[in-house]
Structures are given as C-alpha cells and as structure tokens.
Design a protein around this ligand. Structure first.
Ligand code: ADP
Ligand code: MG
Ligand code: MG
Length: 251
C-alpha cells in the first residue's frame, strides 16, 4: 500500500533538512498512528505526501501501490487514491458545499479517465453517505466551511473522504486544536470508513484520539525520523511518561 523509503526532505527556501530518512510501510486495511514531540517533522511528512509547495525531496521516495506519488500533481495523487484530510480547510464564500464536493469528485474521476457523475447521481450518493455518517443534509447547501463550527468542519472533511473513497487517508490533527467532541467525531468518521482496502495514517499529539480510533501500529517520530514502532501500548506509554524515556532509549 503506502511505502515510504529513506525519505529525506529539506525546505525549498532554506538550507534546512526536516526529514532525515523516514521509513514507513502502511499495509492495506491498517491504521497507523504517528506521534512525536512538536517540531519532529510530522506535518512536514503529511505535506510532502500531499504535494504541498515549499519542500524539496533530496533523497528516498514514497509509493502508493507501487506508484511513485512524489512525482505526481496533487490532483493525480487524489486520483491514485490518496486523501489528505483537512486539505480543503479554507472557507469558500459563494460556493455551495454540494457544488464543491461534486467538483472534487468529478476532478478525481476525470484524472482517472472516468465519466463524470451526473447531478442526479451525485445527489443520491451524497445524501446516502451523509445519512450513514449522520450528517445533516442542511450542511450540504451552505457555502463551503463558511461559519462552520469546528465540529461541522470535521464532519465536512469526513464527508469529503467518504465521497472520494480513497485508499490511503492521512489525517494530521496536530495543530487543529480539536475539542473532545470534535475528536470523537473524527474518530467515529474514521471508524465508519475503515475497510479492508483502505488504510489510514493518523498523526496526532493526543493519545485520547487513539482511544477512539484504535491503531494497529504506533510510530514515534523525533528529529525527522521514526525512532520507535510498536502497538497501541506505545501510545499509552507516551501518555503516561511523555517522550523523554523513549527518546533517551533510542539515542
Ligand atoms: P510537527 O508537525 O512534528 O510539529 P513540523 O513538520 O511542523 O513538525 O516541523 C518540523 C520542523 O520543520 C520544525 O522545526 C519547523 O519549525 C520546521 N518547518 C517546517 N516547515 C517550515 C517552513 N515552511 N518554514 C520554516 N520552518 C519550517
Ligand atoms: Mg507542530
Ligand atoms: Mg504538525
């Protein structure tokens, strides 16, 4: 599924290396979590995988089902089945949520060489998915994220994910300041969308999120590398003792 090999990344504008050889394999259907102290490169990893500007890959690579994703344009990555949650956190006044979602779905289809979804078909699918995810259909009519509460934005992101049916979902929650309810929402959404062919990479500061999501594998990232990998118990260890013990152990 997702295979990251010795990934090394620096800032484009500055001579500063952020990722110093990240190795990570996420198998189909699995949920992996990445935790780690502030500034260890967690967000940089998710940005590089999503194709955000400002970063330069100076070594190693990343593939999704054997396809090199780092060479792809962001829309090609989406077509290949990669989804970065919170990739559309912006408010778009004047654009209805429904229109926005349909544009995203059809852009993905086009990049895959598939036919566009008709308005009627789209409406049917989006209503079904909204219902399954317990999302109020009213939200579909509002302009994208305008005046949405934190929780509503999270719901909307989960709905985007459900509509795009990605193979690999990356969630970087680190800086979003989720309250307990929003965290539960994200966790419920992820759990509802878990399936054999879909993997998740959940980046988080909070053990609490992992109480609800239950990862298969937990990685600790520090100073641009994954320094320790274990099961869910590793997240509990972090909650109890912080990162100091783990970092001392691996140095
Ligand atoms: P994390 O998500 O683990 O907190 P980040 O990936 O956000 O870590 O940051 C890793 C390091 O890279 C930090 O030292 C951060 O200051 C630096 N960094 C990341 N992006 C930029 C940028 N665009 N400009 C300057 N420094 C950056
Ligand atoms: Mg940070
Ligand atoms: Mg971060």
């Amino acid at each position: 599924m997702l295979e990251i090999k010795n990934l090394q990344v620096k800032l484009e504008e500055e001579d500063k290396q952020i990722l110093k050889g990240v190795n990570l394999t996420v198998e189909a259907g699995k949920v992996h979590a990445i935790m780690g102290p502030n500034g260890s490169g967690k967000s940089t990893l998710s940005y590089v995988l999503s194709g955000k500007d400002g970063y330069e890959v100076i070594g190693g690579g990343a593939t999704l089902d054997g396809e090199d994703i780092l060479d792809m344009e962001p829309e090609e990555r989406a077509a290949a089945g990669l989804f970065l949650a919170f990739q559309y956190p912006v408010e778009i006044p004047g654009v209805g949520n429904m229109t926005f979602l349909r544009t995203a779905v059809n852009a993905q289809r086009k990049a895959r060489g598939e036919e566009e979804m008709s308005a009627a078909e789209f409406l049917k699918v989006v209503r079904e998915k909204a219902k399954t995810l317990k999302i109020d259909a009213e939200m579909l009519k509002r302009p994208v994220n305008v005046g949405f509460s934190g929780g509503e934005k999270k719901r909307n992101e989960i709905l985007q994910m459900a509509m795009l049916e990605p193979k690999m979902c990356i969630l970087d929650e680190t800086d979003s300041g989720l309250d307990v309810d929003a965290m539960k929402l994200v966790a419920d959404g992820v759990n509802a969308l878990r399936s054999e062919g879909r993997s998740f990479l959940v980046i988080t500061h909070y053990q609490r999120l992992l109480d609800h999501i239950k990862p298969d594998v937990v990685h600790i990232m520090a100073a641009g590398r994954i320094v320790k990998t274990g099961g869910p118990e590793l997240a509990l260890e972090v909650e109890q003792n912080g990162y100091a013990d783990i970092l001392a152990e691996v140095q």
